[in-house]
Design a binder for this molecule. Sequence first.
Ligand code: NA7
Length: 551
Amino acid sequence: MGSIGCESEGRVLDAVIVGAGFAGLYMLHKARQTGLDALALEAGPDIGGVWFWNGYPGARCDVESMQYSYSFDEKLQQEWSWSEKFASRDEILRYVNHVADRFDLRRDVRLDTRVASAHFDDATGRWQVTTQAGERFECRYLLMASGCLSTARIPEIAGLESFAGEIHHTGNWPRDRKVDLAGKRVAVIGTGSSGIQVVAAIASEAAQLTVFQRTANFSVPARNQPMAPDYERSWKDNYAALRYEARHNTTAGTIYELSDRSAIEVSADERAAEFERRWEKGSPNFMRAFNDLGVNEQSNAYAADFVRDKIRTIVSKPEVAEKLAPKNHPIGSKRICVDTGYFETYNRDNVRLVDLKEEPIEAVTPTGICTARQEYLFDTIIFATGYDAITGALGAIDIRGCGGKSLKEEWKEGPAAYLGLVVSGFPNMFLITGPGSPSVLVNVIVAIEQHVEWIADCIAWMREHGYDRIDADPQAQLQWADHVDEVAHKTLFVRANSWYMGANIPGKPKRFMPYAAGIGPYTQKCLDIARQGYDGFIMSKHASSISADVA
Ligand code: NA7
């Protein structure tokens, strides 16, 4: 692919957007509407971000389709029809491509272009962006849409490279061919959302499936179904108001059936009936059965007990059920999984569970996996071991701000960004769903749209007021980080070793990264700050632009 960088064309871009998933594509659209000359650089061979890479069998969204979609264009949301209540990965990818075509986004997306470094040039007040292939771009604004779950991680296991069969990660599934699992002995390592989906999807195809579980996970049934026309209509008739509601008046960015009752205030029978009703209905609605499941230990324990009992009912072998019943973290403190027949899978004769707490993996051999107890033989190993989440993609790029300061170095004790949007000392770099914003704790499309629109409004405001440089006040950033921490500690989230905490990556500082107060309060905060003339941000006109004006 030929270079269209500034060097070859003498073109200085207003904005470089890193990534062309849901965030990058909408950022590109919005940047154009704001009058910015913008280019999106995408590492992958196609658009779609996380939904592009996660092509594993069973990949599906656990937020309802009517809500997991863009809201920015009324015509788009009226015209698009989802075929199922919870969309499959393939359908979401078709949707992303439809949006890109409809808004003519592709002409400003460069595929197969992985950003290697981004350095802020103090002299010009611009970012110098270099790709892995050595192309260079220069821009005023650096808009990071690189994703919260885009750095797939295969753990370091001795002997991995010696394995003679196929190795795959759910987050980097082969795209050029179907992975043939028929008649194969397959291992799946990891039982998060991806593991739970892939296990249920491949069990009938594989000759033998062995699931390696380190931590048992809570999962509730999706009860997915074809889209009911009445249900679709009920959304489309009222889309604008419902989308507003989701962004401004919910915490999750998703409209759920909420409850105003505490689980400890009702009788045991009422509690059980409500949990049962929600379980039968399916979806993460389960966690809204009572209003204090995320903050009250006793209430949470009731919900956890209910799910554990369900697992014991579904799984026919008691010793397997006991291993599958999560016991070491509050329900919901790790992202709750939503499954289709996951626990039932363990009733099949060709599926077995290995509890890594009892027999840790010691090595991969040419023929399989050795635990502390025995060697298991495999043709294929599937890693569903998750991501270097939230900060992984940012850390993979050599980002340097004022005075050559490295972002990695800056964040070595844990990430901080004012509102999760701007990092002090890294002017004109905006993070979309960055650490310190609600991001992955909420319907991420809602979080993305809120950020993208706020960023576009901010840049437009700066232009109107003669500014071309924005930074975060270090004091404001510090206070925000403390606030993010304080809010997290009022919840049960901090009680789990989750990827929200960075706990899944050896050596990563443990800090609860997302903002747990929810999207509604967060949106209000961002609006208030903008209305107060961007309180906590430092706006200026860069010296070189002043001299250019004078000249
Ligand atoms: P997750 O939720 O991070 O799950 C990863 C799983 O892999 C989890 O069960 C981990 O156990 C397990 N894991 C991680 N490292 C290892 C090693 N070294 N050995 C054994 N097991 C390991 O990733 P997903 O892809 O499932 O989901 C990510 C998000 O995508 C999800 O929340 C949705 O938002 C969509 P652990 O719990 O760390 O003990």
